[in-house]
Design a protein around this ligand. Sequence first.
Ligand SMILES: Nc1ncnc2c1ncn2[C@@H]1O[C@H](COP(=O)(O)OP(=O)(O)OP(=O)(O)O)[C@@H](O)[C@H]1O
Length: 358
Amino acid sequence: MNAPHTPTTPAQSVFSVRDLWKVFGPKADLVPADPELAALGAAELRERTGCTAAVRDVSFDVKKGEVFVVMGLSGSGKSTLVRCLTRLIEPTSGTISIDGEDVLSMDGGRLRELRRHRASMVFQHFGLLPHRTVLDNIAYGLEIQGVGRGERRERAAEFAAKVGLDGMEQRRPGQLSGGQQQRVGLARALAVDPEVLLFDEPFSALDPLIRRDMQEEVVRLHREEGRTMVFITHDLSEALKLGDRIALMRDGRIVQLGTPEEIVGAPADDYVRDFVRDVPREQVLTVRSAMRPALGDEHESGPALGPGATVHEAIEAVARTGENARVVEDGRCLGVVDQAGLLGVVAGVPVATRKAVA
Ligand SMILES: Nc1ncnc2c1ncn2[C@@H]1O[C@H](COP(=O)(O)OP(=O)(O)OP(=O)(O)O)[C@@H](O)[C@H]1O
């Protein structure tokens, strides 16, 4: 998410994934181990072996407190990858750890504990129990954990309020809109207080306005609680809005892993460039990408912006005042943004080829 959150230094990993493969099909485990098979494209691999490599040699860390978005087109391997994290799907090879603990060697009990307490999943189809009230649905995860009735109702009420369901506690899911049902699913996942929330395209079935509400809800919850989240989406604008970092997947591989600004400002290849072509760059890129050193007494005048301000905000400030804007951090002027720099960002002209303005 683009909003600031409590930094964790040094960056601590919650999930750590290395060389992960998930291959579906006969003798799947032979594929990652055989360099020739591992190098085959999807169609050839299927033809030669009958296998599909849904996740191919993927490595990444999910850091404590971040929103980590897994994005890609349909079939790129997002759901398979995220399901491997808690072994809802068994990986074919590679390693996964949570807080340093090896997930692949966990026994049944430990795995249940992982899924119930440490990494809960919020599904697109939220799996609400139709005959239970909103409150009892929210309390359900706590019930499974063995939390006593009084405490779980109290906690459920607290989370119902937190996600904006006050006054609806006694309704049944059938008496709620899609967005409200999704809030129940979210409250249920939050109530068990997991270390990580895993979202599998939770909002893709919602209409656009409700979807925006729910995205804002996630941003707010993240800002307030700083909870680690892994969020699957095939929607680029959702990824850019929510992600601190985005892993962009194609054919089972991560083709780029970076902040929204890195992905939009420095696409790793033509595929990514094409993917982000229509993004309004000025709303994603920050003034750092438009900045040049201050000359003469420029550091003394003009509107001041923080280094996290977007180019869009800088355009507003420059247009309003008619002056170049200063980028200021802790009272120090880091540089200046002028009209040419701002236009250069909007037009996608690389810094090196921009002409300075006198
Ligand atoms: N159980 C399975 N058996 C065989 N192939 C599978 C299985 N599950 C997924 N696949 C294949 O693995 C690839 C990745 O699927 P996955 O569902 O992870 O993609 P996705 O990016 O989440 O797609 P979507 O956005 O459509 O949900 C696809 O080619 C899919 O057909």
